[in-house]
Design a protein around this ligand. Structure first.
Ligand SMILES: [Zn+2]
Length: 685
């Protein structure tokens, strides 16, 4: 027997600071789960790992705000996230957490190994320190004005307004996010990962992966082009994986109050969760082949905002260590927008998984996200599209085909699978379509093209539904019972094939069909390569029919759209609706050319000039605020544009019968004059 291919799959560790939303699912979780399920059906040796990322400043800030400990925050969100993932059908082999002892140990071991290999550089420098809270202000503990865009509330690590990544010392007028105190500069020592040194090695490694997604390679190349910068991988914070004391001692630095940077320890969470999985399997060494055997394919499923960490920083750490495999691929997804707008968790402009699962089935969302996955560019989720996908594709094509086939067999064949006779042309087409679908989907899934794979699966359901129509079994039942039996036999063979083909994307519906077909075990145990080859025998008894997808009504969908619209309105700053001028209104304004005949200053009015103008058939007097921009004599002889039907007014005791048009150019006023000399009194339109 050939050796099984080994896959180590990871999905980005969700940050235990809030619930999961659709953007997370489309980015890192659904693609990972589809791929893991597919690998299991392909009988590969696969392990799929995830867990909660429980360190970092935002968790501490939230804890302070709520007056609880960081541990209480992460305990709450770890449980919440874990449970909603389960209900969504995420099939992790293990879901860990970075506050666990195994993780702390593993992170410290890797850090220690790198320190012993003299990989790190130590730098002492002055950093911002809050004298009231008596702590250094790393990352999001400090806020201030962005030096790039003047945004007043930028974080110490990034400006949310212009997206620039910052360091706390870049901020103008920094203030502590804890006490609002003005920070002082205080000397501290930190360990740096010398990424600049690693760049040539990383470049060589990336050059060996031209098969990666172009959007991922593009981002990596731009990091290379700008030159990788050394990164501090320790922090002065009270929450995180403590800096190993022995390492600090050797360096002559006090370890007290120092922790590993969250982005150093978080990816190590994949390894420590694999270790915990192995311990639970009763074989603590079993994690090793998944991370240390050179034949293992390590694949990270992430969103594009994590590319730098998974494609450059973590691989540099693994390279430096030497015992680990490097990722075989990092199929990072782009972002998912919502109803045409950017998702925003702070403004509650998001669809939360927990909310969703209270009202709808997980498979409907899995399908809608898979078939619209932001693989190479941003995608948009809209509730109306969700409803249309559910009603027209899941219910009307897939569900209807299963339902009508079952109903027919229950009614006319006592629920037992009728025998298949010789296939005709259309029968052969259906059988061929099953083969093609299996082969095409395999190629697509192996290339992380989930969107196309979902489309291919649905094409088979549509084809089969049409096959049922074209074969007219309700007619052949009386005229040619053998043909009718063949038709229904093939329908059931197709349903069996679909149950496995759809399993990675629609696991819950796949399991329902499995039960309806009264097949042994579960569809997850099926063999992908047997799809369409393994046939159910004639006489096989079908189980109870279950409706797979109930149609979604407009009003249910409308409620969701309405909720998002309100979230958007409540939080976006009042934007006045543009006031349009109707054409009729515009036509009321009479614009005419006029020639300036005379101009003089008005005593005691510094800004005003009194002009005499010729409108062709009449002469008028106009007061204009031009004294600071033109000498009176400059104006005489000029052709200008005036509003001829403006209500006369008296300005500083001088009558004005119209208004001159001028352009406000910064602080200067420039008269509008026709390009060619024009006779006075002409209409301007
Ligand atoms: Zn900015």
């Amino acid at each position: 027997m050939p050796k099984k291919e080994r896959y180590m799959l990871t999905s980005a560790l969700p940050y235990a600071n809030g619930p999961i939303h659709l953007g997370h699912l489309a980015g890192a979780y659904l693609p990972g789960d589809i791929f893991a399920r597919y690998c299991r059906l392909k009988k590969r040796d696969v392990l799929y790992i995830c867990g909660s990322d429980e360190h970092g400043v935002p968790i501490m800030l939230r804890a302070r705000k709520e007056g609880v400990s960081p541990q209480q925050i992460v305990d709450r969100f770890h449980e919440m996230i874990k449970s909603s993932f389960e209900r969504f059908g995420m099939s992790f082999d293990y879901y860990g957490r970075t506050s666990s002892p195994v993780h702390h140990q593993t992170s410290q071991e890797i850090f220690r190994t790198l320190a012993e290999k003299n990989v790190f550089v130590l730098k002492s420098e002055k950093q911002l320190y809050d004298p009231e809270a008596r702590m250094f202000l790393a990352d999001r503990f400090v806020r201030g004005v962005c030096p790039h865009c003047d945004y007043e509330d930028a974080y110490g690590d990034q400006c949310e307004s212009c997206g620039t990544s910052l360091s706390p010392l870049d901020l103008i007028n920094p203030r502590s996010a804890i006490t609002n105190a003005v920070p002082v500069l205080k000397k501290t020592t930190h360990w740096y990962m010398p990424l600049a040194e690693f760049q040539p090695k990383l470049e060589k490694w990336i050059a060996g992966h031209p098969e990666w997604r172009s959007n991922v390679l593009g981002q990596i190349q731009s990091w290379f082009k700008n030159g990788l910068k050394d990164r501090a991988i320790t922090r002065d914070l009270p929450w995180g994986v403590p800096l190993p004391e022995d390492v600090a001692r050797k360096a002559g630095v006090d370890a007290e109050g120092k922790v590993l940077y969250v982005w150093f320890d978080a990816p190590i969470g994949y390894i420590s969760a694999t270790k915990e999985w192995a311990i639970r399997q009763g074989d603590p060494e079993r994690w090793k082949p998944y991370w240390q055997d050179k034949d293992t394919k390590l694949i990270h499923f992430i969103g594009k905002d994590n590319i730098v960490f998974h494609c450059l920083i973590f691989p540099a750490v693994l390279m430096a260590h030497g015992d680990y495999v490097l990722p075989a691929n990092v199929p990072a997804n782009e972002f998912l927008n919502l109803e045409g707008n950017k998702l925003s968790t702070s403004r509650n402009y998001a669809v939360w998984l927990d909310d969703y699962l209270e009202k709808f089935e997980p498979d409907s969302l899995r399908y809608a996200l898979a078939i619209n996955m932001p693989e190479t560019r941003d995608a948009d989720f809209s509730w109306q599209e969700f409803q249309a996908r559910h009603n027209n594709e899941l219910a009307d094509a897939l569900g209807n085909f299963v339902n009508r086939s079952f109903t027919f067999i229950k009614k006319y064949f006592d629920g037992a699978l009728p025998p298949a006779g010789d296939p005709d042309e259309l029968d052969r087409q259906l059988l061929a379509q099953i083969e093609t679908t299996r082969n095409q989907m395999a190629v697509l899934l192996d290339n992380f093209q989930f969107k196309e794979a979902a489309k291919t699966m649905m094409s088979l359901a549509r084809f089969a539904n049409k096959y049922f129509n074209d074969k007219e079994p309700w007619r052949t039942r009386k005229e040619n019972p053998g043909v009718c039996a063949t038709t229904l036999n093939l329908c059931v063979q197709t349903i069996h094939a679909l149950a496995v083909l759809m399993n990675p994307i629609l696991p819950f519906s796949s399991a329902k069909i499995w039960k309806m077909l009264q097949l042994p075990g579960t569809p997850d145990q099926a063999n992908w390569d047997q799809i369409g080859r393994e046939k159910l025998p004639a006489g096989h008894q079908l189980g109870e029919l279950e409706i797979l997808f109930r149609k979604l009504e407009d009003e249910v969908i409308q409620k969701e759209i309405e909720r998002l619209r309100k979230a958007q309105e409540e939080t976006s700053p009042e934007k006045p609706a543009p006031e349009y001028l109707s054409f009729e209104d515009f036509q009321k304004v009479q614009l005419r050319t006029a020639r300036v005949i005379a101009a003089e200053a008005i005593p005691k009015a510094r800004k005003l000039l009194k002009l005499q103008i010729d409108l062709g058939n009449e002469k008028r007097q106009i007061v204009a605020g031009l004294a600071e921009h033109y000498q009176p004599e400059e104006l005489v002889g000029k052709t200008v544009v005036v509003v001829a039907n403006l209500q006369p007014a008296t300005i500083r005791g001088v009558e004005s019968q119209g208004m001159l048009l001028a352009v406000k150019d910064d602080k200067k006023l420039v008269l509008i004059t026709p390009e060619d000399a024009t006779a006075p009194g002409r209409e301007v339109s």
